[in-house]
Design a protein. Structure first.
Length: 137
């Protein structure tokens, strides 16, 4: 009899913990998808072996991205040639850039500094040089 009660107790406790974790995970995932209305949109075009950034005013920059601290930014990515992966590790950004398809992600930089964006998808012989400077001011 005691074994049955113990098994029921562990099963109920496990179900409660799993339900709480599922609810918290769902809430976190929904927050990731909610892009702030005031987010600045920056187009990112990948090509062997560089990143081109187009700001909302039409200004373009190669391999250097300037962001404002505390200002949300949406990245719209595509690739000219092969698959690439846009990664700014310290800002929590990682998303693929695929030819013929636009992908998107967003972040809000919270700390000033200089960061590195790099391709994390092997894209050819000079893949290791496909980096960009990210300046948050």
């Amino acid at each position: 009899m005691k074994d049955t009660q113990l098994e029921i107790t562990w099963t109920v406790l496990t179900a409660i913990v799993v339900t709480i974790l599922a609810a918290l995970s769902t809430q976190a995932l929904m927050n990731i998808e909610t892009i702030p209305d005031n987010a600045k949109v920056i187009k990112v075009e990948a090509s062997q072996w560089q990143w081109q950034f187009t700001y909302p005013n039409g200004t373009k920059a190669l391999d250097e991205l300037v962001l404002s601290k505390g200002e949300p930014v949406v990245f719209l990515l595509n690739a000219r040639d092969v698959d690439h992966s846009f990664n700014i590790h310290d800002l929590g950004v990682k998303i693929d850039a695929i030819p013929g398809h636009t992908t998107r992600t967003w972040t809000t930089p919270e700390k000033e500094g200089v960061y590195i964006a790099q391709c994390t998808e092997f894209c050819g012989l000079a893949h290791s040089r496909m980096r960009a400077k990210v300046i948050v001011k």
